[in-house]
Design a protein around this ligand. Structure first.
Ligand SMILES: Cc1ncc(COP(=O)(O)O)c(C=O)c1O
Length: 401
C-alpha cells in the first residue's frame, strides 16, 4: 500500500530536463559529478491533480494568449483566507511571471535614482540586484546573529534612516523577506509590527516578499505583513506565488497584492511592455494547486520536517564542525561552516565543490555577512539528502587532523 510519503521518497530523474539545478553543474560548479542541493526548487513531482490538469490542457493543443479570470482569483483569495485569515479583494491582485521581476517593477515605480532602499543581509541575492538595477542606493541593515538565531536589528534600522535624513537623502523602501531566505526565520507578529511602526513613522514602503510563506514547519505560523499592518497597507506591497509551495517555479506564475488603487494602476502601466502575460499552464496549475493541494502540502511539510530532523541529527553526531541554524520555515538550511577552519570563502567553496562534491550556495552570495556559511536545499528524497551528507562527512573526515 502507498503511504503518503512514498511520493516524496521516490527519485525522479531530473537530468536532461533543462533543469537549472541538475543540468548546469558543469558551468556553475565546474564539476559534473556534483550532487546539486542549491537552486530553490524541489526534486519531487507536484500535486497529482495539477499534473492531470496540465495533461488535459496539453491535449487541448491550442496555446493562445490567456488571462486570469475570477475563478483563478477566487482560488488565491480562498487560499490566503484559509491559510492566513487574511481577506483580500480580487481587485488587489496583479499577476506576474515571477517575484523577482515584480520587485524590480515596484522599485522602478516608487523610486527615483539615488533613493535609498534597505535590505537585511544575509538575504536572497536578487534583492541586491533589484536595488542596483533601479539605480538606487543599497542600504544594508544586517540581521543580528545571536545565540544561534537571527533577528532584525531595529535600533540600527532607525539609526540608518536618521543618518540618511540628516544628509538630506531619502529612504524609499525596505525589502522584507518573510519567511527569510536564507536564515529560515518566519518573522513573528511582534517583529513585523516593529518594522511596520518604523516604516509608518518614516513613510517608507515595505516590499514584503512572502514567496516561502506556505513552507513553515509544524507549529510555526506565517503572518502576512499587510494583514498585521492593515492601517498602513497602502504602502505595503506583498509578493506571493504557488511556485515554491508546489514545485511549479518553471511555470512562472506569481502575483502581487497592491491595495492602493493609484499605485496598482501605475504598477500595471509600468510593467506593460516589459512583461508578457501568464501561460495557460501556469494559471491552470496555480488554480488547481490552491483548490486541491492542501493535503499534498501538509504531507510535504511533514516530509520536510523529517528531512530537517534527519539533517540536524546527522550534523550533530557526525559533523559537529557544521552548525545548523534551525529554521522555522523554507526548505533551505543555513549552515555555519566557520568551524571547518577554512581561511577564506574560496577555500570553503572549493571544499564543497571539489572535495565533498556537493553543490550548495556559498553564504557569501547572500552578502558579506554570509561569509563562512553555506546554504543547503533539503527538498529532495531522503536518500539523496543522506548521500549529500555522507559525501560531506567523508570529505570532512579527510581534513580533520
Ligand atoms: C525570497 C525569494 N524571492 C523570490 C524568489 C524567486 O522568485 P521568482 O522565481 O518568482 O522570481 C526566490 C527563489 O528562490 C526566493 O527565495
Amino acid at each position: 500500500m502507498q503511504n503518503s510519503f512514498d511520493k516524496f521518497d521516490k527519485i525522479v530523474e531530473r537530468k536532461n530536463t533543462l533543469s537549472v539545478k541538475w543540468d548546469n553543474c558543469q558551468s556553475i560548479f565546474n564539476n559534473d559529478d556534483i550532487l546539486p542541493m542549491w537552486v530553490a526548487d524541489s526534486d519531487w513531482k507536484t500535486v497529482p491533480e495539477v499534473i492531470e490538469k496540465l495533461k488535459s490542457r496539453a491535449e487541448h493543443g491550442v496555446f493562445g494568449y490567456c488571462y486570469a479570470d475570477d475563478k483563478i482569483k477566487e482560488s488565491i483569495i480562498n487560499w490566503i483566507e484559509r491559510k492566513y485569515n487574511w481577506k483580500i479583494k480580487k481587485e488587489w491582485i496583479v499577476f506576474d511571471t515571477g517575484v523577482v521581476p515584480a520587485l524590480n517593477f515596484t522599485l522602478n515605480m516608487i523610486t527615483d535614482p539615488s533613493d535609498g532602499v534597505i535590505i537585511q543581509p544575509p538575504v536572497y541575492r536578487p534583492f541586491f540586484e533589484a536595488v542596483d538595477n533601479n539605480h538606487c542606493e543599497l542600504i544594508k541593515n544586517n540581521l543580528i546573529y545571536k545565540n544561534g538565531k537571527y533577528e532584525m536589528n531595529f535600533n540600527n534600522l532607525q539609526k540608518i534612516i536618521d543618518d540618511y535624513k540628516n544628509n538630506n537623502k531619502t529612504v524609499k523602501a525596505v525589502i522584507l523577506c518573510s519567511p527569510h531566505n536564507p536564515v529560515g526565520r518566519v518573522w513573528n507578529k511582534n517583529e513585523i509590527n516593529k518594522l511596520i511602526k518604523i516604516a509608518e513613522k518614516e513613510n517608507i514602503y515595505i516590499l514584503s516578499d512572502e514567496i516561502h510563506c506556505d513552507l513553515t514547519y509544524p507549529g510555526i505560523k506565517h503572518f502576512p505583513t499587510a494583514l498585521i499592518g492593515e492601517n498602513y497597507r497602502e504602502k505595503i506591497i506583498t509578493y506571493m506565488a504557488p511556485s515554491k509551495t508546489f514545485n511549479i517555479a518553471g511555470l512562472h506564475t506569481s502575483y502581487t497584492i497592491i491595495t492602493n488603487k493609484k499605485l496598482r494602476d501605475k504598477y500595471t502601466d509600468i510593467k506593460h511592455g516589459f512583461s508578457s502575460g501568464n501561460s495557460p499552464f501556469g494559471l491552470d496549475a496555480l488554480k488547481t494547486a490552491y483548490n486541491k493541494g492542501d493535503n499534498w502540502l501538509n504531507n510535504q511539510q511533514h516530509y520536510l520536517k523529517g528531512n530537517l530532523d534527519y539533517t540536524a541529527d546527522y550534523l550533530k553526531k557526525e559533523i559537529p564542525e557544521i552548525k545548523l541554524i534551525y529554521p522555522e520555515g523554507t526548505y533551505l538550511l543555513w549552515l555555519d561552516c566557520r568551524d571547518l577552519g577554512f581561511e577564506n570563502n574560496e577555500n570553503l567553496i572549493d571544499f564543497f565543490n571539489n572535495k565533498a562534491e556537493v553543490g550548495l550556495n556559498p553564504g557569501i552570495w547572500f552578502g558579506e555577512s554570509g561569509s563562512g556559511f553555506m546554504r543547503m536545499n533539503i527538498a529532495c528524497p531522503r536518500s539523496i539528502l543522506k548521500k549529500g551528507l555522507d559525501r560531506i562527512n567523508k570529505a570532512v573526515k579527510k581534513i580533520r587532523g
